[in-house]
Design a protein around this ligand. Structure first.
Ligand code: TRP
Length: 341
């Protein structure tokens, strides 16, 4: 059976190495993979409606949406085989969101740890949108009847909620039949958790304040070299085994990045660099990162240099997505008992 794979990123700030190694690289792999001649159907969204839930800059949103789509394409997502769309261009997302929000208990949303983290102490002032964010995410997924959703660890709880919402719908409005398939999280074999170059216990993040903590997909070769050179390490040498790397998150992060970029596992990298000084690993790592990332950067810059192409791709993607999703939305309205013309 064809797997229907859906994943999305928020167009906020710049995309960085963690987005590439932790997500995009695997999205492309899923697009290109076929089992017994059956390939996956892949849908990749830039979720701009999600990007406004915690304050945003209206002057930057449109371009951030384009940049996200440009990164997908530059990394190898092929718009003629996979769907690439901006969430706000497919109004069915917002419509299904409303229908689902009416069957989702607030108590379940209150348990979402990401809301607690993002809202912080000021939960009273957090927007309703931030609170309801996981319902919109459920709508993104269910609208396409996605069967598999590649997500990072931090999104697993939201995916659990999506499964829960799907079951509630199936139970209430589909007589217990599986109208919405319960989507499986797709945790990639070697999905790499790329950590900050400044603090190996924190995720590399587009929003962390220090730019030196991350490799942006728009950084040039000199910048990449500089950031790896300055990356935090410890007093020892490069560990040669997991045991030697125990409690040394910065060292293991560099090894993990090297392994992911060269499509191998960490022990192979430790066999090569174990016992050497970090400077040797860092130099090799910058060269590797530049070699792997520069074609992507170049393509992204080209696309962003003439946005007509990106805009046309997003328009075509939205049209295809609407064709795919409108029948589902019609079903849902009908099943819920709405008067339909
Ligand atoms: N919440 C996800 C994140 O911040 C983004 C997202 C929105 C998403 N809708 C989705 C991811 C649907 C997978 C599927 O990373």
């Amino acid at each position: 059976m064809t797997k229907r794979i859906l994943s999305c990123m928020q167009p906020t700030n710049r995309l960085q190495l963690g987005n590439y190694l932790g997500a995009l690289k695997n999205w492309v792999k899923l697009q290109d993979e076929a089992k017994d001649g059956v390939s996956n159907q892949c849908l990749y969204g830039a979720v701009d409606l999600h990007a406004i839930t915690n304050g945003h800059d209206p002057a930057a949103l449109a371009n951030a949406t384009r940049e996200t789509a440009a990164a997908y394409i530059a990394a190898g997502v092929d718009p003629s085989r996979s769907y690439i769309f901006a969430q706000s261009h497919v109004p069915q997302h917002a419509q299904l969101n409303w229908l689902l929000s009416s069957m989702t208990q607030m108590g379940k949303l209150e348990r979402m740890t990401q809301f607690k983290d993002k809202a912080g102490k000021n939960a009273e002032r957090a927007s309703l949108g931030l609170f309801a964010y996981p319902v919109l995410m459920a709508a993104d997924i269910l609208l396409y009847k996605a069967t598999h959703v590649p997500v990072g660890e931090d999104q697993k709880q939201h995916l659990e909620l999506t499964r829960d919402i799907a079951s509630v719908f199936n139970e209430k409005y589909a007589n217990g039949e599986e109208y919405f398939p319960l989507p499986e999280p797709y945790i990639m074999g070697t999905a790499t958790r790329v950590m900050s170059l400044r603090d190996g216990t924190q995720k590399m993040s587009k929003s962390a304040e220090s730019d030196m903590s991350r490799i942006n997909l728009t950084d040039d070769a000199d910048m990449i070299a500089k950031k790896f050179k300055k990356a935090k390490t410890d007093q020892g040498n490069v560990p040669a085994s997991d045991a030697e790397g125990e409690g040394r998150p910065e060292a293991m992060n560099l090894i993990g990045i090297y392994a992911a970029l060269s499509d191998t596992d960490m022990q192979v990298v430790m066999n090569e660099f174990g016992g050497q000084q970090f400077s040797a690993l860092k130099t090799a790592l910058s060269d590797l990162a530049v070699a792997k990332l520069s074609p992507i950067t170049t393509r992204m810059n080209e696309l962003m240099g003439d946005v007509a192409e990106i805009d046309a791709i997003l328009k075509a993607g939205a049209e295809k997505a609407q064709e795919l999703t409108q029948p589902t939305l019609d079903d849902v309205y009908r099943m819920m008992g709405f008067l339909r013309g």
